[in-house]
Design a protein around this ligand. Structure first.
Ligand code: SF4
Ligand code: SF4
Length: 175
């Protein structure tokens, strides 16, 4: 997994999984339920296959070049604070020490959108199933889906929902 990052952009994911937006609930739970039921039926159809139906290919997470959205460490109030992310005080200290005045990581080279300490970056910058599981309780089975989802959330938050960066990411994971 780390090869995917290094090979693409030399950037790593500094925990977009912390996006609190994932925990938001719809004020209209009935509407939400109907939508979910519809979604499940659609999934079942895909699973069953049948004449004329094709299975949808699951997007495969990968880091993309010229992004770096996850290296903005201070992403705003919808994202968790280091205190909410980490149990270990030394992780909180390290994370906090990396936040520059503009919210971007001090090791992020904006001109190239790359990590200047890539080989030595902290463990929590690495997009790897075991780190997701140990730190955030996301199982290996769910890793791909969650990594895709949280990259999308992060890119939207940093570059916008209509951004070229999000478009590139979506195309890459579906290719
Ligand atoms: S947000 Fe995702 S795609 Fe963008 S640099 Fe980070 S890991 Fe790569
Ligand atoms: S050390 Fe900074 S620039 Fe490097 S991957 Fe982590 S957050 Fe990004």
């Amino acid at each position: 997994m780390s090869q995917a990052i290094g090979g693409a952009s030399s950037l790593t994911l500094l925990w977009p999984v912390t996006c609190k937006a994932k925990g938001r609930t719809s004020p209209n739970s009935k509407v939400k339920t109907v939508k979910l039921v519809g979604l499940e039926k659609e999934k079942l159809k895909q699973k069953d296959g049948g004449f004329g139906e094709t299975k949808k290919k699951e997007p495969l997470w990968q880091c993309v070049q010229d992004c770096g959205a996850c290296c903005k460490l201070s992403k705003g109030p919808t994202f968790a604070t280091p205190e909410e992310i980490f149990d270990n005080p030394s992780d909180i200290e390290l994370y906090t020490s990396m936040v520059g005045a503009d919210g971007w990581c001090i090791h992020f080279d904006k001109s190239t959108r790359s990590c200047s300490i890539y080989e030595d970056r902290p463990y929590f910058c690495r997009v790897e199933p075991n780190i997701f599981e140990n730190l955030y309780g996301i199982t290996n089975r769910k890793f791909n889906k969650e990594a895709c989802s949280f990259c999308k959330d992060t890119i939207k938050a940093i570059y916008g929902a209509d951004s070229e960066e999000l478009d590139r990411f979506n195309k890459a994971i579906r290719s």
